[in-house]
Design a binder for this molecule. Structure first.
Ligand SMILES: [Cu+2]
Length: 257
């Protein structure tokens, strides 16, 4: 209810309901804290006003009420973090799904766009090497590698099949970016030199925005991509169509654009 009031975007992944539930709990908790501490603050303003207490007391308040209250708040926060947030995230980055049905994509961030690297029909990524990166080879794919033959790239557009598990491996070519397809309720920072996988299951045929969640430079606001969740059979057809790479990469977005 509070989520709706705050305008949360449509939900399009299986685990997202738990994320939304936690968001709802956190928002209610923050609302209670906000109102509670405001009332306490106003009470203190009047209770200890100068007119009623012309002489400052060096003893101060003797009641431990506020200390107990603060300990209570800390306990609730620890429960939220250790009981909800950590297990939720652990599910996304532990025990990765395997099998031919799993859609695998590498998301490569750079100033200021996302390149998505697909395995192609073989389900295997070709070897990548930073030394091979050029304007014609955005992810440094080694075309000599047999696994690379059917790999293909898309720019600023992530396509995934509905109701099938997807692993997205997030990395960056320059600075820290953050891959945030908000409707899928998942997000991962892209760290240069690291490839960080996360997995989820899209459960709705829809499309949505992918924003860069880290302030990554002067063109950060233009670092916009989108995702599309399509029917599984359609996805398989699309993968075959796209493979191997035929399209040319658009010119690098410059900072001034
Ligand atoms: Cu960015």
């Amino acid at each position: 209810m509070l989520n709706k009031f705050l305008g949360i975007p449509e939900l399009a992944s299986e685990h997202g309901e738990m994320i939304d539930h936690m968001l709802e709990v956190v928002h209610w908790f923050m609302a209670v804290l906000f109102v509670g501490w405001t009332l306490f603050f106003l009470y203190v303003l009047f209770r200890f006003q100068w007119r009623k207490n012309p002489k400052a007391s060096h003893e101060g308040i003797t009641s431990h009420f506020s200390t107990h209250l603060e300990v209570g708040v800390v306990i609730v926060e620890v429960v939220l973090l250790l009981g909800f947030a950590f297990p939720l995230w652990a599910n996304r980055v532990d025990s990765f799904p395997t099998g031919p049905d799993v859609a695998k994509v590498r998301a490569v961030g750079e100033q200021f766009r996302w390149t998505f690297h697909y395995t192609g029909p073989d389900g295997k990524f070709g070897r990548v090497d930073p030394d091979l990166i050029s304007l014609d080879n955005l992810v440094g794919l080694d075309r000599e590698d047999p696994n690379a033959k059917d790999d293909f790239l898309t720019i600023n557009k992530l396509t995934l099949p509905v109701h099938r598990k997807a692993i997205v491996q997030v990395t960056s070519k320059d600075v820290i970016h953050g891959l945030a397809p908000v409707k899928l309720r998942i997000q991962q920072d892209a760290i240069p030199g690291m490839e960080i996988p996360m997995w989820f299951t899209p459960n709705k045929i829809t499309d949505g925005d992918i924003i860069c969640a880290q302030l990554c430079g002067i063109g950060h606001a233009q670092m916009y991509a989108s995702f599309e969740i399509i029917d599984g059979a359609e996805y398989d057809k699309w993968v075959v169509q796209q493979s191997p790479v035929k399209e040319e990469a658009p010119p690098l977005a410059s900072a001034g654009q």
